[in-house]
Structure formats: C-alpha cells, structure tokens
Design a protein around this ligand. Structure first.
Ligand SMILES: [Fe+2]
Length: 287
C-alpha cells in the first residue's frame, strides 16, 4: 500500500476494511468510501474546498445542542431525510405516508388526556385536531401512543424560546381509547423558517434557496405490533406547500381546517363553537 495514485487509492482504502465483521456495516462503509471518492474526483475537489467542508461539520457540531441538531437540519435541507423516509416506505403500499421528524422532537413530552388542551393560553387560532388510529383493516388501534409537537403562534417551537421562564409548550403525548380515537384542542400551526442562523442557513442562502416550511403538525404514532409512524399534517392551502425547504409535503398529508359548530364537541374540548376542526385518521402497518 505504497505510492498510491488517484486511480487506486479507493481500492486501497476498501481493502483495509475487508475484515469488517458486521456485513451491513461493511456494505455501508464500502459504498460510502466509493461514493465519497467518486464525488471528489467528479468535482476535482480542491484543498480549500475540502477544508470548507470540514469547517462546515465543525460549525454544525458547535451550534448543535440537545434541542437543536444542525446535522438533522442539514440532512433535511439536502433532501436526505425525506429520501430515507421514502426508502423506509419501500414495499409498504398501505398505511399513512411518512414525513419528516425534523430537529425539534423532544423526548419526554407531558401526557395530555384525550380531548385535553395542548395549546395552553397561546393566542393562535383554536383548532380541534382529532381522528382515529387504525390498522390496515380499518379497525381501531387501542393504546397507541400519539406524540404531537408544533410551532407556537409566533412561529417558534418552545425549545427555540430563549427568554427566561420559557416552559415546554405545544408538545404532548396521549394514548388512544378503545375506539382508536385521539384528540387535542390546539392551535393552527403557522409557516416558519427553519433556523437559518447557522451553517445550514449558509447553504440555503448561497444556493439561492428559501428557509420557509409550510405550516404543519408533527405526529409520531407508536403501538405494539405496528411499524412506528413519523409524519406531519399540512394545511392544504399553505403558501409554501409547494416550496418546502425540507421536501416533506405529501398530498395525502394535506388537511383542511373546517368550520364546525358541534356544541357537544366544543364543550368537550373547551372551545367556542363555531371552531376550526381537523379530522385525520392515521393508518398503521403491522410489523
Ligand atoms: Fe416542524
């Protein structure tokens, strides 16, 4: 392994990994090295450009915190996160479509009972968000854990609030009843810009892109015997619906906010009729 040249260094690196015991790790590392080297050859990567890439990774690490992961954001804006969602969905022709997890999920969100209030005193537009968790035979799934998280009406997630006294807000989980139903009183989400004050924002600006995402609810459904479902629901008429910075919109996840005047439901959820309502059933795939 001496006197290597541009045309044989890739093979030399691959040979050093021949003894990798885990076959999947070997497959991934081999392919990664091949594609990384092919990329460098294709663009004729220069030393200062290579250093710029290294600096990007360093800066992304520096700005990342438990609440803000610049690497996930980078993956999102490069379309990699959505591509992985699509790969995950290979061969799964039924069930609700997957969508982005995004960088703002926080483990340990409080439990809010069915028909409970997720929005606290946020002044946004009141919405009843409800529906059922079903299996592929349209039967209710009881005891499914449904996690919700979304922006406040100021366009920020609670974890982006830096003022003193900021508290967890607009994130919760609940468990479906025997009828598979979930339901929260919440607010209409608003369009927002992904954080563009770090290295990912530099990519967006320097490639003439926008940081905007259409408004959305984040939802993660988990139930024993089923594949986890990470997805989003989008107001169908959002201005940014066709220009999502992270490529996560699916037609099947577009919802309408219907004016509803059901007095019984209004009183159960503690809203005033008429109110906006989103009804959406999530379909889990056995696995
Ligand atoms: Fe989001």
């Amino acid at each position: 392994m001496r006197n290597l040249q541009e045309d044989n260094i890739t093979e030399a690196v691959l040979q050093t990994m021949e003894g990798t015991e885990d076959p999947r790790l070997k497959e991934i590392m081999t392919s990664l090295v091949k594609h990384l080297h092919a990329f460098a050859r294709e663009v004729g990567l220069q030393q200062d450009e290579w250093m710029r890439g290294i600096q990007y990774l360093y800066d992304a690490g520096k700005i990342s915190t438990p609440e803000r992961n610049e690497f996930i954001l980078t993956s999102d804006i490069l379309g990699l996160s959505s591509l992985v969602d699509m790969i995950k969905g290979r061969g799964v022709s039924s069930g609700t479509e997957y969508s982005a997890l995004g960088p703002f999920f926080v483990d340990g969100a409080p439990e809010v009972p069915l028909e409970g209030n997720l929005a606290g005193d946020d002044p946004g537009t009141e919405v009843v968000l409800t529906g059922r968790v079903l299996n592929e035979r349209s039967e209710p799934v009881e005891g499914a854990r449904v996690d919700f998280w979304q922006t406040q009406s100021n366009g920020l997630y609670d974890v982006q609030e830096t003022h003193e006294g900021a508290v967890p807000n607009l994130r919760c989980h609940q468990f479906t009843g025997a009828d598979g139903r979930y339901g929260v009183r919440t607010i209409k989400p608003v369009s927002y810009k992904v954080p563009d004050d770090g290295p990912a924002g530099e990519i967006l600006r320097s490639t003439s892109r926008t940081a905007w995402r259409p408004a959305h609810y984040h939802i993660w459904v988990n139930a024993d015997g089923y594949l986890p479902l990470v997805t989003e629901l989008f107001p169908g008429d959002d201005d940014w619906i066709d220009r999502d910075a992270v490529f996560a919109v699916r037609d099947s996840l577009r919802v309408s906010f219907d004016d509803t005047a059901d007095e019984d439901e209004a009183s159960a959820y503690g809203v005033t009729a008429p109110y906006k309502k989103v009804e959406y059933d999530f379909v889990l795939v056995a696995g």
